[in-house]
Ligand binder design. Structure first.
Ligand SMILES: Nc1nc2c(ncn2[C@@H]2O[C@H](COP(=O)(O)OP(=O)(O)OP(=O)(O)O)[C@@H](O)[C@H]2O)c(=O)[nH]1
Length: 927
């Protein structure tokens, strides 16, 4: 943000009365001047709708400005501030050019009294006006505003602050925009003043014309006061009156104050006038104005004015005002109330358990309450005494031991002075005391318990109160400047972005000013670092002495105290006056400090809201992370079933291998048996088939197949597959349980009753078609061996059935041949002997063998498929089960995440709105 450029007070009387430093820095943000400032309206729209937003539309950088304002100020421009009361020095070019000493005199004048310099440009050659304007600009620099009358071109060329237009001159808006075109890099709007000679033109110029201030030339009008009063009623911009009405050659102090008191913001003087008026008169003028604004010094100020002064609203007396900042403040308060109410809703959603939200609720409830000044500091630092000294009565108990044990609110009440005070204790322990002290009409003052680790309860009470305060007076005792616990407490106040004004109390304990200066610079240096600012305000005071002075003051209300303050230059008491002055200036909305008060007041709930917002954002971020983590954990658990499936597939391989090898073994043994049975040499078998013809005879091989091979093999395989099925089911049941437990263990807070799941959920873990068992169950050893026998019988019959005795004898040849090889030999012989049928025997035997092999392989395949299907079914069931069990956890995490993201969006909106509101508050003075 571009720093504010504020004009130093044109009047810096060096009188000890005001304790002004002789030349306060020109660019200081908070000058020591007690004079109120006027801010000319940025846009004519402030006065009339017809010119709304002209500065944006017509400004040199119109469209860009809207996109990227150069400052935080609305429209990207800042209005220059005009302090009042002030003197305007009006010059002709000849005044500047013809007189050698003029520039030196002007130099001195702008350094002391004059805040505005107007160069007449209407008459005379353009060249001379330009030359005079250049010389003036070089002298005036930025110490006062230089305006050129009627010559916008020359004002623009020399970089003047603005122009003065006559009644018949250019429209103000045209002049302003021409100036802006030429000063495109400046963030300050050009000043446009209008010279008027009647009430009507004054009204017109201030409203529809949009002038920033008026130069009212009364001519020889006799009824100065009346004319001014009429204008004062309606015109809300500063009015500087041309002093034509003076009967005296030199405008006297009385003359000047009369004009000022009539309601003018200042007086327009010629170079001649200014030369003739002595510094004493000018000094006196500013003193009396100042005094009128602050304390009664002049007996001519009536009781009403005095009451105003005492109330702290003294600066409102008799000074024209055009900025209704209070109205703007009210608007902002309403806006703030609705923004913060909305924010509270969002915070309660984001962090329902966050206790600090109640702080914001309280702050919003108290948004209309007066400014809250809290006096904080370690116990015994003199907080109560400082308050008593400010109020001028010993309202609060003071003492060397901790005396303030509760938060004590001091509020205004119109009690009889004799009653002094009435206190109530609220249920939360806070004391509310009603006092008739006028300053309390403008602000509530809070005495807080001392902060010190020993006084833990008191420290906590004060800490809890800090966020509510709009301004902190941090009282430090001179005998222990800046202790460790003070530093800790100070740091704490900065967490709430509190403005702190330091009061170095008991400074009467220092023996001389050198000791005092050392303490001040020690505290300032350290607090600058702690608060990370160059702008540390510290008032060294001796509250006890001041209180005593005030209490012993004469009956005409503290006069003695003021006399001491003003006349004795006694730093021990007079420095307290500066503190009071600071406080009074805080009460007037038209001063920069008063403006700051409004900003602080408006800023208090926002600072609380921001702090809560940051905490909510952190919480929300963490919650989002944890919800995301939960969601991915739930997904991981659900997905991890795939690993289980792979593991089961791997383990099932060995089950299938075992089954297949059992079938293979059975197959081999069966084949062996076939080979040994189906031999030509098996004469006894052939004989029994052929000779006995007993179809019912059971082959020995058949019973072997049934009893020794197939029977046990089928039984074994059935057992194996039974085990396999059990293995599948028990694994599923165990894993299913483990999954359920892991969900429950991970999210113990989420409980689901089993009835939330579909009925068949748990059934799923046991459910299995048992295809593998069914496949083997159809296999009967008896039936298979019968089939085997049939096959064998057919082979024998088909081979030997047609041979008769000859064939048989031939076959007998082979009876001596015991092996298959012998079968082949026999086959050869038989072939030679014409026994064709026998030659088919090996092929038929091979047929049986192939059939057995095929049957065994098909069985193996069937079992393998069935086992695979059983495995698939179980793993799919487990997957389904885990999905059903895990779904609510996943949904819960997803829902939580969705809600948190929604809240996160709402928090971002709150942040945006708060930031915008803050900018508006910061721009209160340019509204
Ligand atoms: N010398 C000196 N003593 C002072 C001054 N101001 C206060 N005291 C004394 O300091 C002591 C403490 O003053 P209090 O005003 O009670 O201090 P406090 O900070 O309010 O104390 P607690 O309420 O207990 O935290 C009293 O004895 C006062 O008289 C001062 O300016 N100079």
């Amino acid at each position: 943000m571009i720093p504010l450029l504020s004009l130093r007070s044109p009047a810096s009387p060096s009188s000890a009365l005001f304790h002004f430093s002789p030349s306060p820095p020109f660019s200081s943000r908070f000058t020591k001047s007690p004079f109120r400032r006027f801010l000319p309206p940025t846009k004519p729209s402030l006065s009339t709708n017809s010119f709304s937003s002209t500065s944006q539309q017509l400004g040199p950088q119109g469209p860009q400005n809207q996109e990227a304002p150069r400052t935080l100020f609305p429209g990207g421009y800042k209005r220059p501030e005009i302090k009042v009361p002030n003197f305007v020095l009006q010059l002709d070019p000849d005044d500047v050019l013809a007189d050698d000493n003029a520039l030196d005199f002007i130099d001195k004048a702008v350094s002391k009294w004059v805040g505005l310099v107007v160069l007449n440009g209407g008459e005379g050659s353009g060249g001379r006006v330009y030359e005079a304007a250049r010389s003036l600009k070089a002298v005036v620099k930025d110490r006062a505003y230089l305006l050129v009358a009627e010559r916008v071109d020359i004002a623009a060329a020399v970089g003047a602050s603005g122009v003065v237009l006559s009644d018949q001159g250019l429209p103000a808006i045209v002049a302003r925009n021409t100036m802006m075109d030429s000063k495109s890099d400046s963030v300050f709007l050009p000043l446009v003043a209008r010279t008027v000679q009647s009430s009507d033109s004054a009204l017109n110029a201030s409203s529809s014309e949009g002038a920033d201030f008026l130069i009212y030339d009364l001519g020889q009008e006799e009824h100065v006061n009346m004319a001014m009063k009429a204008v004062y009623e309606n015109v809300k911009i500063p009015i500087f009156v041309v002093n034509n009405n003076s009967q005296a050659e030199v405008p006297s102090y009385t003359e000047l104050t009369k004009i000022f008191k009539s309601g003018a913001s200042g007086v327009v003087l010629s170079l001649e006038d200014l030369r003739l008026i002595t510094d004493d008169v000018l000094s006196q003028f500013f003193n009396i104005v100042y005094t009128t604004n602050n304390k009664r010094q002049d007996e001519s100020i009536d009781e009403l004015e005095m009451a105003e002064i005492n109330r702290g609203s003294h600066q409102k007396v008799g000074v024209a005002g055009f900025i209704k900042v209070e109205d703007r403040e009210k608007q902002l308060i309403e806006k703030e109330r609705s923004v913060l109410t909305e924010a509270i809703n969002v915070f309660q959603k984001a962090a329902p358990l966050m206790e600090e939200i109640s702080l914001l609720i309280d702050a919003v409830a108290q948004i209309d309450e007066p400014f809250l000044l809290a006096i904080v500091g370690e116990f015994n630092s003199g907080k109560s005494t400082v308050i008593n000294a400010l109020l001028g009565e010993r309202y609060l108990t003071e003492g060397v031991i901790p005396t303030t044990n509760e938060i004590t609110f001091l509020r205004y009440s119109e009690l009889d002075r004799k009653d002094m005070q009435r206190c109530e204790r609220h249920p939360d322990g806070q004391l509310i005391c009603y006092l008739p002290a006028p300053i309390l009409k403008e602000m509530n003052i809070v005495d807080t318990p001392g902060t010190n680790v020993i006084l833990q309860r008191q420290q906590r009470l004060t800490e809890e109160f800090v966020p509510r305060a709009d301004l902190l007076f941090f009282v430090i005792s001179a005998d222990r400047p800046l202790t460790e616990s003070e530093v800790t407490f100070l740091r704490y106040t900065q967490q709430w972005k509190k403005k702190v004004v330091f009061i170095l109390n008991k400074s009467d304990l220092y023996r001389n000013t050198q000791e005092l200066e050392e303490a001040i610079s020690f505290i300032k240096e350290n607090t600058k670092k702690l608060l990370n600012t160059e702008d540390v305000t510290l008032y060294p005071v001796a509250a006890r002495l001041v209180l005593e002075e005030k209490l012993s003051a004469t009956s005409d209300d503290g006069k003695k105290y003021r006399e001491i303050v003003f006349t004795e230059s006694n730093w021990k008491t007079s420095s307290f006056y500066k503190l009071e002055n600071f406080l009074y200036s805080f009460l007037d909305g038209s001063t920069s400090r008063g403006m700051e008060r409004m900003k602080l007041k408006l800023g208090t709930p926002i600072a609380i809201a921001e702090r809560i917002l940051s905490a909510c954002e952190t919480l929300n971020r963490k919650d989002c992370e944890s919800a995301e983590q939960d969601l991915s954990s739930a997904n991981e658990i659900i997905d991890s079933v795939k690993e289980y499936v792979i593991k089961m597939e791997n383990e099932s391989i060995s089950w299938r291998r075992r089954t297949l090898s059992a079938i293979d073994a059975t197959k081999s043994r069966t084949l062996e048996l076939i080979e040994s049975t189906l031999q030509l040499s098996n004469l006894d078998v052939v004989a029994s088939f052929l000779l006995k013809g007993e179809s019912s005879t059971t082959l020995p091989a058949t019973s072997r197949i049934q009893n020794e091979i197939l029977g046990p093999a089928i039984a074994d395989t059935q057992n194996l597959l039974g085990d396999y099925v059990t293995w599948l089911q028990s694994n599923n049941a165990r894993e299913g349980r483990a999954y359920k437990e892991s969900f429950e263990k991970k999210w113990p807070s989420i409980t689901f009753s089993d009835k939330n799941y579909p009925l068949e959920t748990y059934e799923m873990l046991r459910k299995l078609d048992e295809l593998s068992l069914r496949a083997i169950a159809n296999l009967s050893a008896n039936a298979t061996s019968k089939q085997f026998e049939r096959e064998v019988r057919e082979v024998f019959l088909e081979t030997f059935g047609g041979l008769g005795a000859a064939g048989l004898s031939a076959s007998l040849l082979t009876s001596i041949l015991p092996t298959t090889l012998e079968d082949l030999l026999a086959l050869g012989l038989c072939s030679a002997g014409g026994f064709i049928a026998i030659s088919n025997f090996p092929a038929r035997r091979q047929g049986i063998i192939e059939k057995v092999k095929k049957t065994a392989d098909a069985l193996g395949q069937e079992l393998e498929d069935a086992m695979q299907k059983d495995l698939q079914e179980t793993t799919q069931n487990l997957e389904k089960f885990v999905r059903i069990i895990g779904e609510p956890y996943r949904d819960a995490a997803q829902n939580r995440l969705d809600k948190l993201l929604e809240v996160n969006d709402e928090l971002s909106n709150v942040r945006g709105t708060l930031e915008m509101l803050q900018v508006e508050i910061q721009n209160l003075h340019v509204s």
